[in-house]
Design a protein around this ligand. Sequence first.
Ligand code: UD1
Length: 365
Amino acid sequence: MKVLSVVGARPQLVKLAPVAEALTAAGARHVIVHTGQHYDADLSDVFFTGLGIPAPDVHLGVGSGSHGVQTGGVLAALDPVLAAERPDWVLVYGDTNSTLAGAVAAVKQHLPVAHLEAGLRSFNRRMPEEHNRVLTDHAADLLLAPTEEAVRHLAAEGLAERTELVGDVMVDVCLRVRDAALAERRVPRLPEGVAADRPYLLATLHRAENTDDPKRLAAIADALAALPLPVALLAHPRLLARAGEHGVELARGAVRVGRPLPYADLVAAVLGSAGVVTDSGGLQKEAYLLGRPCTTLRPETEWPETLEGGWNALVPDPQLLTAAAWAATAARPAPAAPRGAPYGDGRAAGRVARVLTERAAAGRD
Ligand code: UD1
């Protein structure tokens, strides 16, 4: 069986790591195509080296652009690659522009498409990721769902027959990296001015809804600056660019700004923190898996399981919260409520490899 993975953005590389390992273990031929959506070393190269992912076989070098330009660029650049490789499966990951372009390029060439992390929904039609998810799910032949909630969403859209519940491959990689970080007592690399042995909050912010609206971004920056604990803000390049354009200063009050971290350092930084403040889907789940309270700067989440027991709290409108309410939410202690295992047992990637192998064989019969 030949599987061609299309990846391009940081969270996809994290998911690729366990999948690449499982596909190799299953004896599959695995071709990795990097679209180039993320190109800074902080967002791309460090994940290949840090997580032991084989170097991409093909690099499309598409880079940044408007949604149409970026998605169209990947679509056009993939055409000759897919025509030459003719894989048994084109495997696309998550909800980025690279995901949608990979799915569309494949269906246009009548190649079977599998979507990893299928069925997530925010029901927020203004999010580019929501368009990408819905369109990819409806184009794909096989929907690899991470949770029972995702399975229900797919069934509600008439896609039950194409769906397989496999669990979440992020659990595989997160728990493995956590165990290594604990065993080696990894000290997180935090921005200068944040001490790893004193309580701190870990923050990230990159969603267009938060970064591109000057008033909303200013309100978030003010609120973080006034928090009662030091805030280690790991800044995505998009955040730095928009803050610069809007004249919003990030590094003030409680906030110290640093660069995005490689995965092992990120996991160590979450483990060392008193809590997480973020708009990232992956980090909400990592905080949950690692047992740290999370505050999510969004009106909704694709991972509602994290809300149970108060492990995750949504802040729908950061402009409406007083400084006291921000402090009470973001710096709250870890809840006593037990966490279940809604994201699976850490063996999802093996199931992905098995389902792809079985279905590829069935397709050839
Ligand atoms: C993308 C995904 C988002 C995912 C995120 C993870 C889409 C629509 N969004 O958002 O779902 O959560 O990746 O990080 O696909 N930039 C750099 N260097 C890079 C990459 C980007 O400086 O290596 C800057 C550019 O100014 C670029 C901006 O960041 O225009 C946004 O990058 P883009 O890939 O369009 O979206 P992300 O915000 O990273």
